[in-house]
Write a protein that binds this ligand. Structure first.
Ligand code: MF3
Ligand code: CO
Length: 249
């Protein structure tokens, strides 16, 4: 499929979408604490999306049942919010959300520590977040999708972590998933060349142990095969002539 390049006015709409999505994330983050359930987080997201006049992007997508993905500890992505899932101190929870505003999608994820994280878990969060930031810095006209993947891969594998290969980032715009795919691994100089007007969801999914993941019987929840903790951070990023423009800050 051809890559849909966005005009400046489309990128403005996507910026408004991303700004609303950030407010949803802020509201959810304030609700993360020991004793909260992942369904509590879903309710906060639902109410905030509604209050801000946006539409939840995930709910109903391939029959996904919620506004949020809430993935706890060894869950990598696509954890389904549940009133039975109670967050405890020492847990981590990855919160992924997308919204549609003025016809344009934005997509972002954060991983939070619940209560007091171990030093080991904090390092996983710090490195995964740093890999996203470094990948964003690699975004400029003439760079490639391979440069983004290599940036994440080199940092995270260098720290001894597993880079998930079964799920990847993506182009985004009038659809949640557009070309090109944006893997978190790759080789510098390879893959699609970045051009002005491309908008990419860059989303490292990093395991403390092996990169291997499997999907549970619910058809959604992806977990690490070795049971190790997993972190996920995501931003929606436009390629401009001046470099990366993060739409979901
Ligand atoms: N951020 C995820 C993605 O890029 C969210 C999809 S969850 C779904 O695919 F339920 F909407 F599929
Ligand atoms: Co995404």
């Amino acid at each position: 499929m051809a890559i849909a390049l966005k005009t400046p006015s489309e990128i403005e709409k996507m910026r408004r979408s991303g700004a609303i999505l950030r407010q949803v994330h802020q509201a959810v983050s304030a609700a993360v604490r020991p004793g909260a359930t992942t369904m509590d987080l879903e309710r906060v997201a639902e109410a905030t999306i509604d209050k801000l006049g946006a539409t939840a992007a995930f709910k109903g997508y391939n029959n996904y049942p919620a506004c949020l993905c809430t993935s706890v500890n060894h869950e990598v992505i696509h954890g389904i919010p549940s009133a039975k899932k109670v967050l405890q101190s020492g847990d981590i929870v990855s919160v992924d959300c997308g919204v549609i505003v003025e016809g344009y999608y934005s997509d972002a994820a954060e991983t939070y520590a619940v209560g007091q994280p171990s030093a080991e878990v904090q390092r996983l969060l710090d490195v995964t977040k740093a890999s996203l930031e470094r990948a964003i810095q690699a975004v400029h006209v003439g760079a490639t999708v391979g440069d983004i993947g290599a940036t994440v891969q080199e940092l995270c594998e260098g720290e001894g972590y597993g880079v998930v290969r079964d799920f990847v980032g993506h182009g985004i715009g009038k659809n949640m998933h557009e070309d090109p795919q944006v893997p978190n691994f790759g080789r510098r100089g390879k893959g699609t060349k970045l051009r002005v007007g491309m908008v990419l969801a860059i989303e490292p999914m990093i395991n403390a142990g092996s990169a291997d993941v499997k999907v549970l019987q619910d058809g959604w929840t992806a977990v690490t095969v070795d049971g190790s903790m997993s972190a996920h951070f995501e931003h929606t990023v436009a390629v401009t002539k001046d470099g990366p423009l993060v739409l979901t800050r």
